[in-house]
Design a protein around this ligand. Structure first.
Ligand code: HEM
Length: 309
């Protein structure tokens, strides 16, 4: 890391310091697998957005489920972040991405805070096992990060990628045919409900079970998720993913994702990129500054892993 590095490069360098540098792997969510799916819109989003996949005919999609760590060997039997990245294939031949994690709100609001956070975690790692003094200092200076850390601390070990709820956390702007704009936040609700493993089940489980569990579950039939969008009031903050909106905001069911089986070429799909700024007409970024940092950091990670670094 040099003083001249851009913020996204500093972020990714620090993430590598934290989880190790694993050649060819994503610098976050390193362990994962891709699955074939179909997304069937309900039609209820049509009056808010012209996005081609959110109304009209079903579209095909590819879903990558993952563990949050940049270390691909992190055991599935440990609690922690789990990801659901969806790439929708659009009728015009382009694609758009929607990326969620199993958190109700994000850890930080700004790029500078994210860098401070990963630096604090790295300093704790360097200081020795179990030392959280730097994280505690970060939380004292950034109290809006505390609720997401509490949620992280309460996470269980999911029984399946299909029994986990995921949220995209940032606000996005829907734009309809009249040019009206509506801020939304997305969440995926598993039709199987949310299920975690108990301590005995964790003890009996293989260290890496989530991908094989999901593949064999699909052998018995599809797994579905409902995509919900919360509609913001104009007074709700769209720039800060640490703040949840009031619980009484209206929500619409946008559609259902039916996951049917593994992709035929995991290597091809592992080498793709899922990017929160890869949008389509009818959906725009909000004033949340994080998606643009993510776009830059994901590119740094992608460049390195594509070169086999
Ligand atoms: C500013 C904060 C963030 C930074 C710097 C960051 C960084 C990264 C990086 C470097 C990757 C690897 C990208 C690649 O090689 O393709 C990644 C993947 C991922 N991130 Fe983030 N991330 C951030 C916030 C988030 C948030 C808010 C979410 C959830 C809404 C999220 C969910 C994911 C998921 C699910 C993946 C795996 C995507 C895939 O399967 O290809 N990240 N992140």
């Amino acid at each position: 890391m040099t003083a001249e590095s851009s913020l996204p490069v500093q972020v990714v360098d620090t993430m590598e310091h934290l989880d190790g540098r694993h050649a060819g792997y994503r610098r976050a969510h390193a362990r994962g697998a891709c699955f074939v799916a179909t997304f069937t819109p309900t039609g209820d989003a049509a009056k808010y957005t012209t996005a081609a996949h959110l109304s009209g005919e079903p579209v095909s999609a590819t879903v990558r489920f993952s563990n949050g760590s940049g270390n691909p060997a992190m055991p599935d039997t440990q609690p922690g972040g789990r990801g659901m990245a969806v790439k929708f294939a659009l009728p015009d031949g382009t694609a758009t991405d929607l990326i969620g994690v199993n958190l109700p709100r994000f850890l930080v609001a700004t790029p500078a805070q994210f860098l401070d956070l990963v630096r604090a975690l790295a300093a704790d790692k360097d200081a020795g096992k179990g030392d959280k003094a730097h994280l505690q200092g970060f939380l004292a200076a950034n109290p809006s990060s505390i609720p997401a850390f509490q949620a992280l601390g309460e996470m269980g070990v999911p029984a399946s990628f299909g029994t986990t709820a995921y949220a995209a956390l940032h606000a996005f702007m829907w734009v309809n045919a009249d040019g009206d704009r509506q801020a939304v936040r997305y969440r995926w609700a598993p039709s199987l409900g949310e299920q975690n493993l108990g301590p005995d089940e964790i003890a009996n489980e293989e260290e890496q079970f989530l991908i094989s569990e999901f593949a064999s579950r699909l052998g018995r039939g599809p797994v579905t998720f409902t995509l919900h969008a919360t509609l913001a009031d104009p007074s709700d903050p769209t720039h800060d993913a640490t703040q949840v909106w009031p619980a009484d905001r209206p929500e619409i069911a946008v559609g259902e994702l039916t996951v049917t089986g593994e992709v035929s070429d995991q290597d091809h799909w592992a080498a793709q990129i899922f990017d929160p700024t890869n949008l389509t007409p009818g959906i725009e970024l909000s004033d949340d500054p994080l998606p643009n940092l993510r776009n830059a950091a994901y590119s740094v990670s992608y460049d390195r892993r594509s070169k086999g670094e």
